[in-house]
Design a binder for this molecule. Structure first.
Ligand SMILES: Cc1cc2nc3c(=O)[nH]c(=O)nc-3n(C[C@H](O)[C@H](O)[C@H](O)COP(=O)(O)OP(=O)(O)OC[C@H]3O[C@@H](n4cnc5c(N)ncnc54)[C@H](O)[C@@H]3O)c2cc1C
Ligand code: SF4
Length: 528
């Protein structure tokens, strides 16, 4: 990677053009000058088409309106029923031919890019290269060239990509340009099992609660508007309302970041993958929302984490683990969305077609779900619109994979049910990593595991009516039994992969494999 990075790019248009800002382009780096005129469009018609988590609807509208308030007279803020009407009222499609077109930074979904390309072809807008990511898409293409999955070629490994991003931005490097601490990867020192006896990270490691934003009049007004949409326009949301947990303004995002660096980052790596029933936030940063809204830049976040290591002595393994998430995984997921193409989001390599059952789709499993892990994770998602990456991957995604649920239904569910859900995050995370529906492009093997993994990484199993060691009978753990049922269903595929063949050998050694498969077939879509 040699070209300048997206964060370093010079202005690409005259600052005098009015900048149309999408709802995930709300930071200062989406303007070319501090006083550039801006245009923000609000349309709630999307809420009539898809059922979003109420907290997500609140966050997005709150973020847009807070940005408009910050910009004051500089911003034109248009509210309309549909986006098409908002574009006309905002002067994008209705401007006189003598007026300069508005400019817009390339948006973050295929659908939105089609819209701005069409408007560009009609002479209404000038489209600029995307911003808010560690490298430009053209740089990724350059990097990926020659690394295809063909024999003899190197795969698009996240680890290789991540190291190049660090070299490119000179992040966590030593004086000779090598990795700080002599290693690129500190995973071995991170990802410890859950401290079960402690119950919370406050007890285990002195990690305090995260910093919370204080709601203001803008939030209250959004809440009233959402109530009105439900009352008067029949809009349906899922999930509970509640005090806003996530940062939507730059000032709030910087406050969360500084609090995280000072009080939580030290424990981040150690407990990155652990789950505790009594501690939903663990030592996670809660930065995905402001990062995805564009109010902070990922390289800026990674640099501040590096500074916390160099100046404040925060544990290197934790800092590396966090930097890996922000400019490694996040960036890789973003780049793959464009690199792999739009059809990737519709892949279904395992041929899974079962619909999502209502108890899962509605996030309303109260009383219905006896499996302690699933019940707690779904409950947390209903209350907060957020759970951290292991419940997403190993509990929610893992259960869906074992049961053969449609990856496309699951993709849409993740997109709308999570406060940080966006289309670009779905391809690699849900279609690829979680459901293996891409046939192995993102991960070389499916991530499916039994109750033993959840037992090691959480304190759920002790209080569960099921037993993680049992695969057959009344108290058989649905994850453990589901593991074998999945192995049996995809036996041929798993046997042909060096990394999964052992599971098939294990299946053949089970004296009761047929009975386990029949038991899980019988369970069907019912809540476990
Ligand atoms: C099945 C599945 C679905 C996911 N869906 C989303 C989603 O819709 N939106 C989303 O932002 N993240 C998603 N993630 C990634 C990750 O779970 C969340 O970014 C993270 O839990 C957010 O909490 P945090 O900010 O406290 O993250 P931390 O654990 O503190 O991590 C720091 C940051 O790293 C970034 N990050 C780390 N891993 C990923 C990743 N795989 N993809 C994208 N960003 C990453 C996020 O910006 C996050 O804020 C998903 C992961 C899985 C396995
Ligand atoms: S026993 Fe199984 S269902 Fe119960 S909490 Fe453990 S993994 Fe989840």
């Amino acid at each position: 990677m040699s070209a300048t990075d997206a964060g370093d790019q010079p202005p690409q248009s005259a600052p005098a053009t009015r900048r149309w800002l999408f709802a995930d382009q709300l930071g200062p780096h989406f303007l070319d000058a501090a006083d550039q005129p801006a245009l923000l469009l609000e349309s709630t018609s999307v809420f009539t088409r898809r059922r979003f988590h109420r907290r997500k609807a609140h966050l997005v509208l709150s973020a847009l309106r807070h940005r408009a308030a910050e910009l004051g007279d500089q911003a034109r803020y248009v509210r309309a029923a549909t986006y098409r009407e908002a574009l006309a009222q905002g002067g994008v499609t209705s401007a006189a031919s003598t007026e300069a077109p508005v400019s817009v930074v390339d948006p973050t979904s295929y659908g939105a890019r089609r819209l701005v390309r069409r408007l560009q072809a009609q002479g209404h807008v000038q489209v600029l290269g995307s911003r808010g990511y560690a490298i430009a898409e053209a740089q990724f293409e350059h990097w990926a060239a020659g690394r295809g999955a063909e024999p003899g070629q190197r795969r698009l490994l996240m680890e290789d990509f991540y190291r190049d991003v660090r070299r490119h931005h000179r992040l966590l490097l030593d004086a000779d340009g090598g990795p700080e601490g002599g290693r690129w990867n500190f995973d071995e020192d991170n990802r410890e099992p859950a401290p079960k006896r402690a119950g919370t990270l406050q007890v285990a490691a002195g990690v305090p609660e995260p910093w919370w934003p204080t709601e203001d009049d803008v939030d209250a007004q959004v809440r009233e508007d959402l109530d009105r949409l439900v009352r008067d326009e029949g809009v349906e949301f899922v999930g509970d309302d509640g005090p806003r947990r996530f940062a939507v303004t730059r000032a709030e995002a910087l406050a969360v970041l500084e609090d995280f660096l000072a009080h939580r980052l030290e424990a981040f790596g150690t407990y990155e993958d652990a789950m505790l029933r009594g501690d939903r936030w663990m030592a996670h940063s809660l930065l995905s929302v402001p990062l995805n809204l564009g109010v902070v830049h990922p390289v800026e976040v990674a640099r501040r984490a590096e500074q916390a290591y160099r100046e404040d002595g925060v544990r290197l393994a934790s800092v590396e683990g966090f930097v890996r998430q922000v400019v490694g995984w996040r960036e890789y997921v973003w780049q793959l969305y464009w690199h792999l193409g739009e059809e990737f989001r519709d892949r279904n390599a395992l041929g899974h077609t079962e619909p999502l059952p209502a108890w899962f789709a509605d996030l309303d499993a109260r009383g219905e779900v006896g499996a302690a892990c699933l019940s707690d994770v779904l409950g947390q998602l209903r209350e907060e619109g957020w759970v951290h990456h292991i419940p997403r991957l190993m509990v929610l995604g893992g259960y869906a994979l074992q049961r053969g649920w449609s990856p496309q239904e699951l993709r849409d569910w993740f997109h709308t049910s999570f406060v940080d859900g966006y289309d670009w995050v779905m391809t690699a995370n849900v279609i690829g990593m979680s459901q293996h529906a891409d046939g192995g492009v993102v991960a070389t093997k499916p991530y499916w595991s039994g109750g033993a993994y959840i037992d090691r990484m959480s304190d759920y199993c002790g209080g569960c009516r099921y037993d993680p060691k049992k695969r057959l009978g009344e108290d058989a753990c649905p994850f453990t039994a589901g593991y074998w049922a999945f192995t049996a269903r995809h036996e041929e595929l798993l046997a042909s992969n060096r990394r999964t063949a052992r599971a098939v050998t294990g299946l053949h050694r089970l004296p009761d494999a047929d009975a386990v498969v029949a038991q899980e077939r019988e369970r069907g879509p019912a809540a476990p």
